[in-house]
Design a protein around this ligand. Structure first.
Ligand SMILES: Nc1ncnc2c1ncn2[C@@H]1O[C@H](COP(=O)(O)OP(=O)(O)OP(=O)(O)O)[C@@H](O)[C@H]1O
Ligand SMILES: [Mg+2]
Length: 390
């Protein structure tokens, strides 16, 4: 299997695949990426370079290509798929989800799912007009970006120029277009992990609540308390959009819950960062194990909630070009039912995710008390400069 993108999600997925006897080649743009630490073979290439991608596929002759990030020359996936290589979950899914326009038009126009009002803009003038049409406040995002990069919330007319500049400079360089979305005043946002199978029904994991800052996830918990009606509506939408994109695997389908409305936001055709909460043993299979089974066509009879859980991220607050240290891990895991994943990233940047803490407890007590537990443990861990850690 060629794993395109070797971050912390790829690392857990590589472990799940290795447990099922699969040989994983971990690929990323830099050496020492998290998944490379657990695979026998790795490659460093620019995944936006289509020719480099072709050369890699020719060299390794994979049965499976699994994208773990969006910044890949995914147009080439159609060709690989037509040559009989299984692209996970499908070439169409990888292509559509890396471009907010493709996925939004599919969801809102073709499938008629409820989304925030939106417009597109290829110039500052179009942005001003679009913002007027959807109304301020609104959220401006590059069409191609992830983890909140280049994204900003516009609260007054004066914010528009900054929002445009940021979206254009921080989005993927080959694409100067933005989406303007009306701001959804949501009470909760959730990820509905959805599993599509080769020979079996689509399954839904218990909903995961999460909190984001700067467009990046800070904490998540499972199960998130939502009404049966909201859950049914979210499942219906997740079923429709994953079916339209096709293929087998796990998907992270994101929704806003506002008053009595469920609003579709976006989806990832792969394990979701907020789904790291499943590493706390909340389910019979973690999101990575579910992805592995679905991709390999192994049956998944059911997804069952075994424990309540919460996760909280550890972010770097400094820059370090050398492998940084981590302080306070002992204190963090000295609490019962708290566990940690240290990603081993070779370089730190401000707000880069370096580790995650997970906590679990009995289902009857719910996830709410675990949120504080996970956050308190994560707060004990600090990223340090190499010299300080010795
Ligand atoms: N229209 C909106 N109204 C209110 N909040 C929003 C809106 N769009 C995005 N957000 C907030 O910003 C977060 C990130 O947005 P989104 O998921 O679209 O970005 P992303 O870059 O694809 O993030 P990721 O790749 O990490 O999922 C959302 O989870 C939500 O908290
Ligand atoms: Mg998102």
């Amino acid at each position: 299997m060629l794993l395109l993108g070797s971050g912390e999600l790829g690392k857990e997925f590589a472990i799940a695949m290795a447990r099922l006897g699969q040989e994983v080649v971990a690929v990323d743009s830099y050496a020492g990426a998290p998944a490379m630490q657990v695979t026998p073979c790795s490659e460093v290439i620019d995944m936006l370079d289509g020719d480099a991608l072709d050369a890699l596929v020719d060299k390794h002759q994979p049965d499976l290509i699994v994208p773990e990030i969006e910044a890949i020359r995914t147009e080439r996936f159609y060709d690989y798929e037509s040559r009989g290589i299984q692209v996970v979950p499908s070439a169409k899914a990888a292509n559509f989800t890396m471009n907010r326009k493709a996925i939004r038009d599919l969801a809102a126009v073709e499938l008629g799912l409820r989304t925030a009002p939106y417009r597109y803009a290829t110039s500052y003038e179009e942005l001003v007009r679009g913002a007027e049409e959807v109304g301020i406040p609104c959220v401006v995002k590059p069409l191609m970006s992830s983890s909140g990069k280049g994204q900003s919330t516009v609260r007054t007319q004066e914010d528009l120029q900054k929002a445009w500049d940021s979206a254009i400079t921080k989005g993927r360089g080959d694409y100067a277009e933005v989406i303007i979305e009306g701001f959804v005043r949501f009470e909760t946002e959730i990820t509905l992990l959805t599993v599509t199978q080769k020979n079996g029904p689509t399954l839904f994991c218990p909903p995961i609540g999460h909190v984001q800052e700067r467009g990046d996830y800070q904490e998540s918990w499972q199960p998130c308390a939502i009404s049966p009606e909201e859950l049914a509506e979210a499942q219906r939408m997740a079923g429709a959009v994953t079916e339209a994109l096709g293929g087998a695997g796990i998907w992270g389908v994101e929704f806003f819950l506002a008053e009595d409305r469920v609003v579709f936001s976006e989806l990832s055709p792969r394990p979701h960062d907020t789904g790291m909460v499943t590493l706390a043993g909340t389910q019979n299979l973690s999101e990575f194990e579910l992805h592995a089974r679905a991709v390999l066509g192994l049956p998944i009879p059911s997804v069952e909630l075994l424990r309540a859980g919460a996760s909280a991220v550890v972010l770097a607050d400094l820059e370090s070009a050398e492998r940084p240290g981590l302080e306070g891990v002992e204190a963090a895991v000295s609490e019962p039912l708290v566990d940690v994943r240290l990603f081993g990233k070779p370089v730190a940047r401000v707000n880069r995710r370096m580790a995650v803490v997970v906590a679990s407890g009995p289902v009857e007590e719910g996830a709410e008390p675990l949120r504080e537990r996970a956050k308190a443990a994560a707060a004990k861990i600090r990223v340090t400069r190499p010299a300080m850690s010795s």
